[in-house]
Design a binder for this molecule. Structure first.
Ligand code: SF4
Length: 219
């Protein structure tokens, strides 16, 4: 007699999108825990470490620029910067571009701590190398599309990515490097697209949508 029951996992498996979201949540918790632990070892909060890392990589910056880059509110940035100044890890100087703003620059000690803070997410890179090259490429594309979606919802700062950049020319040629960066006038392969480019300039809404549609055009 054949069983009429459906296979167990047909009825007890959540959609793959739900399981991906759950997996990302677990990864996010691991990253938070690592950042907290490593910041603690440096005598910093995770936000203070992120600020020092951003100033080492992209500085000097104003508080507003840090807020946009890190996706953290301006009052939180201001509180953290105040502590960093008190600890002699950051100095303030007048911003020649905006008379009422201050430029934040790491001191020598702040730059050393910022350089170490930049390596906090490296433990994750170790896990990524367990993926095959094909898996890494597919994962990179998926991550980029997810970040872009979160950016369009206003949940991630609109900065750093080629696919939202005014200099990005998607799918302009056939072959291994279909894209082009007009800023440096150089071809780009799919897996060379940037997620955190310091030269990125976000395109206006309509242009951004057009760039995305050209990027997603079937090849
Ligand atoms: S400037 Fe940077 S973000 Fe913009 S297209 Fe060139 S590499 Fe990409």
């Amino acid at each position: 007699m054949t069983s009429q029951r459906r296979p167990y996992f047909d009825e007890h498996t959540e959609p793959v999108a739900t399981r991906i979201a759950a997996g990302l949540h677990k990864i996010g918790l691991a990253m938070k825990q690592q950042a907290w632990q490593q910041a603690n070892e440096e005598g910093l909060s995770a936000t203070q470490g992120q600020i020092l890392a951003a100033l080492v990589e992209h500085g000097p910056l104003t508080g507003t620029e840090l807020s946009k880059r890190l996706g953290v509110t301006l009052p939180t940035i201001s509180d953290s910067v105040q502590v960093l100044v008190q600890k002699n890890l950051v100095t303030k100087s007048p911003d020649p571009r905006h008379p009422r703003a201050s430029l934040l620059t790491p001191t020598k000690k702040g730059a050393e701590q910022g350089a170490r803070a930049r390596s906090w997410p490296e433990f994750m890179a170790g896990a990524v190398t367990d993926l095959s090259p094909e898996e890494q490429r597919a994962f990179f594309t998926g991550v980029m599309k997810m970040i872009r979606s979160l950016q369009e919802q206003g949940l991630v700062p609109l900065s750093g990515m080629c696919v939202t950049c005014t200099h990005f020319r998607p799918n302009v040629r056939a072959g291994a490097t279909p894209h082009h960066c007009a800023f440096v006038d150089a071809p780009l392969a799919e897996d060379q697209l940037r997620l955190d480019c310091p030269e990125q300039e976000s395109a206006e809404d309509t242009a951004r949508q057009r760039i995305w549609e050209q990027f997603m055009r079937p090849r």
